[in-house]
Design a protein. Structure first.
Length: 108
C-alpha cells in the first residue's frame, strides 16, 4: 500500500556513472569513422604538382585505373576519372577497357 521504496544513493550514483561513460563512448565513436581510421581529407583542386605526379604514376605502371591514381596521389576518385579522361583527350594515354564501373588506361 505504501508504494515502491526509494533506491539507495549508491545505486543512483552507479547509474549516473554508467550513463556518463556511455555518453563518452558515443562521442568517441562519432570522432572515429566506421572503418576505424581517421577521416582523411583529399585534394579536389588539381595543381601542377599533382598533375606531374599523375603523369609519373602513369609512366611507372603498365596500366592505371582511377582507383590506383586516387590512392597514389591523394585525390578523390571522381577527380582522378576526370583527369584520366582529360589526359586521354590530349593523347598521352589510351582507353584499353571500360565497363560501367571501371575504366582501364594504358600509356600511348
Amino acid at each position: 500500500m505504501g508504494g515502491a521504496s526509494k533506491k539507495p544513493i549508491s545505486t543512483m550514483e552507479k547509474r549516473q556513472q554508467k550513463l556518463a561513460e556511455a555518453q563518452q563512448k558515443k562521442q568517441q565513436k562519432k570522432q572515429v569513422s566506421k572503418s576505424g581510421k581517421e577521416v582523411i581529407s583529399k585534394n579536389v583542386v588539381v595543381s601542377q604538382d599533382i598533375l606531374n605526379r599523375v603523369l609519373d604514376e602513369i609512366k611507372k605502371n603498365k596500366f592505371i585505373t582511377p582507383y590506383q591514381l586516387a590512392t597514389a596521389t591523394g585525390i578523390t576518385i571522381s577527380v582522378a576519372k576526370k583527369m584520366l579522361e582529360a589526359i586521354e583527350k590530349k593523347g598521352d594515354i589510351k582507353l584499353a577497357a571500360k565497363n560501367r564501373r571501371v575504366s582501364l588506361y594504358v600509356a600511348a
